[in-house]
Design a protein around this ligand. Structure first.
Ligand code: FE2
Ligand code: FE2
Length: 158
């Protein structure tokens, strides 16, 4: 990121980079859990569930990429080793279902993780509103997709 672009950011850069890196780690953990569940899910509707999980996993990976780009623009670097992803994240690893055909458990894991993500991006949006337009826009964009994810899985509840 250019000097001017960094100058116009009116929040503490170090703190902002840390916030974005925490979200970046959350995204990788969510991506891994969703992707893993998509590969392993069993039961009567496993194809549909795998498709849902794969779709949102893809979005989380895209979020990680968008966050990495912004972190680098701000002069930082995202977490560079998998063993630190959980350490640097806001939330612990969402986990995966214990019973491979337990759709209720999958739905709970996903909706809980999405609720956490919505909170994280809401916080970043509040912090950057009127102070860092670029990060603000990114946070609102990602939050919109997390809201869609929560909604998608809430609708799967019996
Ligand atoms: Fe995400
Ligand atoms: Fe999500």
């Amino acid at each position: 990121m250019g000097k001017k672009a960094r100058e116009i950011v009116e929040v503490d850069l170090k703190e902002l980079i840390k916030d974005l890196d925490r979200a970046y780690c959350d995204e990788w953990l969510a991506y891994y859990a969703y992707w893993y569940m998509a590969q392993t899910v069993e039961g009567k509707y496993y194809e549909d569930m795998a498709e849902f999980l794969n779709n949102i996993a893809k979005d989380e990976l895209e979020h990680a990429q968008e966050l990495a780009e912004r972190i680098i623009e701000l002069g930082g670097l995202p977490t560079n080793t998998p063993s630190n992803l959980e350490k640097n994240a806001n939330a612990s690893y969402p986990g995966v279902m214990k019973k491979l055909s337990n759709y209720d458990e999958i739905i709970k894991l996903v909706t809980d993780a999405e609720a956490g993500a919505i909170e994280v991006y809401n916080k970043i949006a509040r912090k950057t509103f009127g102070k860092d337009h670029d990060t603000y826009q990114l946070a609102v964009h990602i939050m919109g997709e997390e809201i869609t994810h929560e909604e998608m899985f809430e609708n799967l509840k019996n």
